[in-house]
Design a protein around this ligand. Sequence first.
Ligand SMILES: Nc1nc2c(ncn2[C@@H]2O[C@H](COP(=O)(O)OP(=O)(O)OP(=O)(O)O)[C@@H](O)[C@H]2O)c(=O)[nH]1
Ligand SMILES: [Mg+2]
Length: 379
Amino acid sequence: MFWRKKDKSVNEPIVEIQERPKEQHPIEPVAVVEVQDAVTEQAIIQDELVLAQAEDEVETYESAAITAKDVEVHEVEIAQVELEPVVLPKRSLTKGIRSLFSRIKFDLENLEELESVLIQADFGVDASEAIVAEVKSRAKKSGAETEADLRLILTGLLTEKFGRDDRALKLDSGIQPYVILVVGVNGAGKTTTIGKLANWLTQGGAKVTLGAADTFRAAAVEQLETWATRSNSEIVKPTIEGQDPASVAFESAERAIASQSDVLIIDTAGRLQNKQGLMDELGKIRRVIEKNLAISEVLLVLDATTGQNALAQAKAFTEVANVTGIVLTKLDGTAKGGIVYSIQEQLDIPVKLVGIGEGIDDFGFFDASEFAIGLVGES
Ligand SMILES: Nc1nc2c(ncn2[C@@H]2O[C@H](COP(=O)(O)OP(=O)(O)OP(=O)(O)O)[C@@H](O)[C@H]2O)c(=O)[nH]1
Ligand SMILES: [Mg+2]
């Protein structure tokens, strides 16, 4: 899952930052506007694009306080490097997941109740119906009678339903620092998840930098700082109050490269999915990081207790943020684990991590079988 170069000195990061002579500065909106008199429509469209980009860069660079110099990004040939796997501590989910059957008896007589249990657990109506039908059919075929038999059948079926093979974090290119961008609505569990992940990585010997790009509240930076201390990670904080989050992200990338970190994790402010300005900001954060580094993962953190609302959030975030994986938190407080199924079905994005408590070790990498066992429980 996590690979790194055997010898860090073999190869520099994927980009090099070069000073560009001032006269070639790309941010010359005036020149671009003048060209709007140009003859062809094609040229005008082209120029408008350049202007939009330039304006964006002006904003970015001004906010990043990079006024004297500009950066130019060049892809650099990557020499073949030898990679070694990093062995990280194992995390198990089975103890943290709430069983679906705390209130009902699960036997052949009340299989109809299973359908409402599954619907309440956010599997969705159609899937719940289909699962019950399949349980009945398998029970008939195998001559299942007892609660234990039925649980075994349901566990097997759910394991199949949850199953997919793209859950591993993509920290394997050997091009470090790997960047993980963490996004989501307020209070979903972003900062806590970052702390848990950072600790897990440093326990495995990785060097981790955290970027505090949630600059709206001073308390948010302090909270991340506490997690940085607990997880032995470095942290890059805003230098002035209310600093542009994109500029903190930019500085974090520079610092992570300079300090030869293995992983950079960027915390962002919680934002409602229907606030367009804030959602656009995520795109900007993304672009400034990509000036220097490739983003390995964009993790969308969803609070499992919010049920179907999590699905609406996921849809909105995937549209703007290229989400590569879901972190489903607070599964310890709910039996709504079916949301995992709904998200994967409707958005085709894997649930990669699961939060099962507030403690530093209370998370796990989603495992279909462990999760199914947790949901169905022991008889
Ligand atoms: N029970 C439980 N609580 C969790 C879990 N993950 C996070 N929390 C709690 O949820 C609350 C919010 O967590 P944060 O990590 O601050 O959430 P955030 O998304 O960073 O919030 P903002 O920065 O305000 O957007 C905290 O009280 C956490 O302890 C989890 O898996 N289980
Ligand atoms: Mg936070």
